[in-house]
Design a protein around this ligand. Sequence first.
Ligand SMILES: Nc1nc2c(ncn2[C@@H]2O[C@H](COP(=O)(O)OP(=O)(O)OP(=O)(O)O)[C@@H](O)[C@H]2O)c(=O)[nH]1
Ligand SMILES: [Mg+2]
Length: 350
Amino acid sequence: MIYKREIVVGAGCGGDGCVSFRREKYIPFGGPDGGDGGDGGRVVIVANPNVVDLSLTGRKKEFVAGNGCRGSGWRKRGKKGEDLFVSVPVGTMVFTEADSGAEILLADLSTPGQKVLVAKGGRGGLGNARFATSVNQAPEIASKGASGEERHIVLELKLITDICIVGHPNSGKSTLLSAISRAKPEIADYPFTTRQSILGVMPDDRRDFIVAEIPGLVEGAHLGKGLGNEFLRHAERTRLLIYLLDGSSQTVIDDLGTLDKEIALYKGLSHKPKIVAVNKIDLPEVQARLLEVKQCFAKLGVPVFYISAVSGQAVLELVRKAREMVDQASQDEEIISQAQITVFRPKPRK
Ligand SMILES: Nc1nc2c(ncn2[C@@H]2O[C@H](COP(=O)(O)OP(=O)(O)OP(=O)(O)O)[C@@H](O)[C@H]2O)c(=O)[nH]1
Ligand SMILES: [Mg+2]
C-alpha cells in the first residue's frame, strides 16, 4: 500500500484565438469572424471510496489535462480541453508547496466524492472578432491561449477510522479484528504476520464502524525497530485506540508500558481515548496469572477488558464499550466543529 506520493499536475493550455474573415457570395466585407480558443482542461483530485491506496496509475508522476482547441471561423469557439480527474482514497490530504518551501494543506478529502481543483486550465485566446472596433473594423490580430497552471502536489493518505487495534506482534490483533468485523486478515502464530494496516467494517444497526489493525509495534518502533512506527499515521485520525496485550506474555504488565510509550511518542496519539484488552484468557497459564494482572491494572484509569479473541469471551462487552466511547468521541467532534463556525449577523437598525 502506498500512503504518500508526490506528483506534478498540469492543467491544459487555452487554445489560440483565430483570425478569420467572413467570405461569402454577395456579402462583401463580411467582417472579422475568428472565434475564441477553448479553455484548457482542469486537474481535479477526487476522493473515491473504491480506491484503497495512492498507487494511482502505476508509476506515472505527471498528470496533465487536455489542451483547449483553436477557435475557428464563423466565430466558433474552440473545444474545451478535457478535465483530468485523479481518484484518491477517502482520507487523502492534498498539500502543495508555497514559494517559501512550506507545505500548505489544500484540502482534506475526508468524505466520498469530495473534490479539490489543483490546477486551473489556461483561458482560451480571443479571436479577431473580439478586437473589432469602429476604427478598426478588420483587425488581423487574435490572442494566444494562456498556459495552464502547473503544481507540485503531495498526497498523503491518513485513514479515517473509528477504532484502531494496536499491540505487540502476535498479541491477537488480527484474530480480534476478524471476530468483531467482516475482515478476514491472515492469522498465524508468528510475529509480523500483518505487515500493512488492515481495515474491517463492524456492522451496527445505526451505522457501521470502521476498525483498523495496525501492524505490531515493538519497543523502539519509533527508532525504526521491527516494522517501525510509520503505520501509526493511520491511528492519527481514529476515535478510539484498543491496546491489545498478549495475556500469555511473561511481561504482560510491562508490555502495556512499552506499548503506551511508543504510542505517546507518535505525535497526536497520547490524548486519544483508549481501552486496554488483555487477550488469550482461554489459556490456562493466563488464567493462573490473571488475578495478579487484574490487580496491577485495576487503577489504570481506562477501561480494561480480559478477553479471548478465539473463544469470544468478553468480546461483546469490549465491543459495546468501544461503540459507546466512539459515539462519545464523535459527539465531542461535532461540538468542536460547530464551535468553529462563525456566524456574521448584521447589526440591527437603530
Ligand atoms: N489461545 C488463544 N490464542 C489466540 C487468541 N487470539 C489470538 N491467538 C493466537 O495468537 C496467534 C497470533 O494471532 P494473530 O491474530 O495473528 O496476532 P497479531 O497480533 O495479528 O499478529 P501480527 O499480525 O503478527 O502482529 C495466532 O496463533 C492466534 O491463533 C486467543 O484469544 N486465545
Ligand atoms: Mg495480524
